[in-house]
Design a protein around this ligand. Structure first.
Ligand code: ADP
Ligand code: ILO
Length: 343
C-alpha cells in the first residue's frame, strides 16, 4: 500500500495524524489477528468526509498502531498516554432531577454503552464463525435477564423488511449499509450474526454485532435521565456476570472506534430547540462549553427535523460514566434555559 493522498480540505483526524513518517513506521505491522494499517484506515481513506476515519480490529491494534491512535485519542477525548481511566456506575452520584418535567422540550432520553467480548477480535477483524459464536454467547447470556430487562432476541436474518424499517424509523434498531462501517469491514456477511434483543416496552435493548458486539441501550420517552441511567447500570451489571467484556486499565472498555473507548457511553436526549436552532453560533457556544455533540434525529451523520436535535456527551474516556451523563444533563439544562429566553 502507498501513502494515501487526501484532498487538501480533508478534516478527519486520520488526515491530520497519518503523516508520511507514521505511515512508514506502521505500514508493515499487523496484530496477532492479522489486522493491518490498511484495514485500520480504510474507512477514512474511502470516506474523506469522516470526522475520525480509523477503526481498531482488536485490543492489540491500540498498541501496535499507537503512533496513529494515540494522538487521535488525545485530540478527541483530551486523554493522554499517561492518564488512566476510572469507572463510576453509581446512579446515586448523579445529580439529575428531570430538567423538563412539563415535557415541553425533551422528547426522549437514551443512554447506551458499547461492549465487546474479551479474547475475541473486534468487528473489523472478526471471522464469520467468531461473529456467530459471539451472537450465540450473548443471546445465551441475555436469556437469563429478569423483571424489567426480560425480553426476546430478534435476529436480523429472517426479519421482514417492514419490521426492520419500522424499528429503524422508531429509533430502536441500527441502520443498514452505513458506508463508514462498510469500509471498516464491519458489514461483512450481513445480516448473519446481527440482531436486536428488547423487552416488551422497548425501554431496554441490546444490539448484537453492529459496530460493537454489544450496544446495551436504555431509553424512554421524556427527560427522566436518572431512571434511564439506573436501568442501564442494572443491565450492564447483569450481563457482565455472563459475558466477559474486553477492558484495559488504560483505555477502559475496548471498542472498535476510538471515540467510544473508556465508558463507551453516549447519553442523549432528543430535544426541541427551534429558536436556538436559528442561531447556531449561540447553540454551539453552549454545546462546546458542556462538551456536547449535536446530531440529527436519525443518528450520526443525519439532519435535524423540525428543530429537534440529538444532544449527547462528546467525551467518553478519562471521565466516569456518571460524569459523562452529568456533562449531558448540565448542558441540557443550559440549552433549555437559552431556548426559554428566546421564546
Ligand atoms: P449510537 O448511539 O450507537 O452512537 P446513532 O447516533 O446512530 O448511534 O443513534 C442510533 C439510534 O438511536 C438512532 O436511530 C437515533 O435516532 C436513536 N437515538 C439516539 N438518541 C436518542 C434519543 N435520545 N431518543 C430516541 N432515539 C435516540
Ligand atoms: N468513522 C466515522 C464515525 C466516527 C464516530 N462515530 C462512530 C459511530 N463511531 C467518522 O469518522 O466520521
Amino acid at each position: 500500500m502507498n501513502y494515501p493522498q487526501f484532498p487538501k480540505d480533508c478534516k478527519s483526524l486520520l488526515c491530520k495524524y497519518l503523516t508520511p513518517e507514521v505511515f512508514e513506521a506502521l505500514k508493515d505491522k499487523r496484530t496477532s489477528n492479522g489486522f493491518t494499517l490498511e484495514q485500520a484506515i480504510n474507512s477514512g481513506v474511502q470516506n474523506i468526509d469522516s470526522g475520525i476515519g480509523v477503526y481498531a480490529g482488536d485490543k492489540e491494534s491500540y498498541t501496535v498502531f499507537a503512533p496513529l491512535f494515540d494522538p487521535i485519542i488525545e485530540e478527541y477525548h483530551g486523554f493522554t498516554k499517561e492518564d488512566s481511566h476510572k469507572s463510576n456506575l453509581n446512579p446515586d452520584d448523579l445529580n439529575a432531577p428531570n430538567p423538563d418535567p412539563e415535557g415541553e422540550f425533551i422528547l426522549s432520553t437514551r443512554i447506551r454503552v458499547g461492549r465487546n467480548m474479551d479474547n475475541m477480535p473486534l468487528g473489523p477483524a472478526i471471522t464469520k464463525r467468531q461473529r456467530d459464536e459471539v451472537e450465540a454467547r450473548v443471546v445465551q447470556g441475555l436469556k437469563m435477564l429478569e423483571g424489567e430487562l426480560a425480553g426476546n432476541y430478534y435476529p436480523l436474518l429472517g426479519m421482514s423488511k417492514e419490521v426492520q424499517e419500522s424499528l429503524i424509523k422508531d429509533h430502536f434498531l441500527f441502520k443498514e449499509g452505513d458506508r463508514f462501517l462498510d469500509a471498516a469491514g464491519l458489514n461483512r456477511d450481513w445480516p448473519a450474526g446481527r440482531g436486536i434483543y428488547h423487552n416488551n416496552d422497548k425501554t431496554f435493548l441490546v444490539w448484537v454485532n453492529e459496530e460493537d458486539q454489544l450496544r446495551i441501550i436504555s431509553m424512554q420517552q421524556g427527560g427522566d435521565i436518572k431512571e434511564v441511567f439506573t436501568r442501564l447500570v442494572n443491565a450492564i451489571k447483569s450481563i457482565e456476570t455472563k459475558v466477559p467484556f474486553s477492558y484495559s486499565y488504560h483505555l477502559g472498555y475496548i471498542t472498535s472506534c476510538p471515540t467510544n473507548l473508556g465508558t463507551a457511553m453516549r447519553a442523549s436526549v432528543h430535544i426541541a430547540l427551534p429558536n436556538l436552532a436559528k442561531d447556531m453560533d449561540a447553540f454551539e457556544a453552549i454545546t462546546d462549553k458542556y462538551h456536547l455533540q449535536i446530531r440529527g434525529i436519525h443518528g450520526e451523520h443525519s439532519e435535524s427535523e423540525g428543530g429537534v436535535y440529538d444532544i449527547s456527551n462528546r467525551r467518553r474516556l478519562g471521565i466516569t460514566e456518571v460524569e459523562a451523563v452529568q456533562d449531558m444533563y448540565d448542558g441540557v439544562v443550559a440549552l433549555i434555559e437559552a431556548e426559554k429566553a428566546l421564546r
